[in-house]
Design a binder for this molecule. Sequence first.
Ligand SMILES: NC(=O)c1ccc[n+]([C@@H]2O[C@H](COP(=O)([O-])OP(=O)(O)OC[C@H]3O[C@@H](n4cnc5c(N)ncnc54)[C@H](OP(=O)(O)O)[C@@H]3O)[C@@H](O)[C@H]2O)c1
Length: 238
Amino acid sequence: MKYEKYALITGGTSGIGLAIAKALAMKKVKIIIIGRTKKALDRVLLEINPLTKCIGIKLDLKQINKIDATIRKNLSTFYKIDYVFNCAGIASFDSIVNTNYKLIRDIYHVNTIVPLLIIKATLPWVKLSTKPIIVNISSNQSIINSQYNAVYGSSKCAINHYTRSLNLELKVYKIKVFTFAPGPVKTKMLVRVLNDLNINQIPEEAISPEELANFILRYIHSKKPQGVFFTNKELINE
Ligand SMILES: NC(=O)c1ccc[n+]([C@@H]2O[C@H](COP(=O)([O-])OP(=O)(O)OC[C@H]3O[C@@H](n4cnc5c(N)ncnc54)[C@H](OP(=O)(O)O)[C@@H]3O)[C@@H](O)[C@H]2O)c1
């Protein structure tokens, strides 16, 4: 049916990406989730398939040279993609002394390079949507300088930059690119980060992934402009 909407989500097996997938499923958007384990994908498909059609693509996004071919193969039967949500990410907060090259490379690959490659690979389908929307998840750490966030924070900085540039480049296809840069969100990533930093308490300003997902979906469907947005404070003030 031509009026159906389709969304591709990375990181849709957990946290923010999963909350976005569930919120879209309630609106009957058909969903494609990229996840790195069959077990996690099966669990999510079981949850979402009663609400809408959801398919899983198994891919470890660290294998950046497989992204283009995997997308082309799996989207070959689709006639368009309306939404791309780049939610997959990894975080590590530690001193540069303790951070080796492999970890730096993995963080930059998954957080910074992968969203660009996903945007590039999905473009032939996204161009065919009448209201195409791309959403990236950055972090408030992209503008906060603190001890131990040199690698993670800088990996997110680049997303803010390329979002603005891509909006200029892709407006020829009417594609809107949004980046949301949240503060703490109660997901397994936050638990890991707090653990790394020896912090026992969830920060007061932390929001749930469902609150963030609902905010993002309301925002991108409003008449507000595309660009880069820092969300937790705005969410609380909404
Ligand atoms: N939580 C926060 O406080 C917070 C704040 C600001 C920004 N963010 C950003 O929000 C995004 C979502 O994070 P989250 O908080 O929802 O964390 P999460 O629950 O840990 O989810 C991260 C997702 O990324 C996927 N992923 C990680 N590495 C991958 C890889 N190599 N290949 C494929 N998938 C991979 C994970 O898959 P697995 O389930 O297989 O691990 C998971 O689905 C991230 O970009 C993060 O940087 C989070």
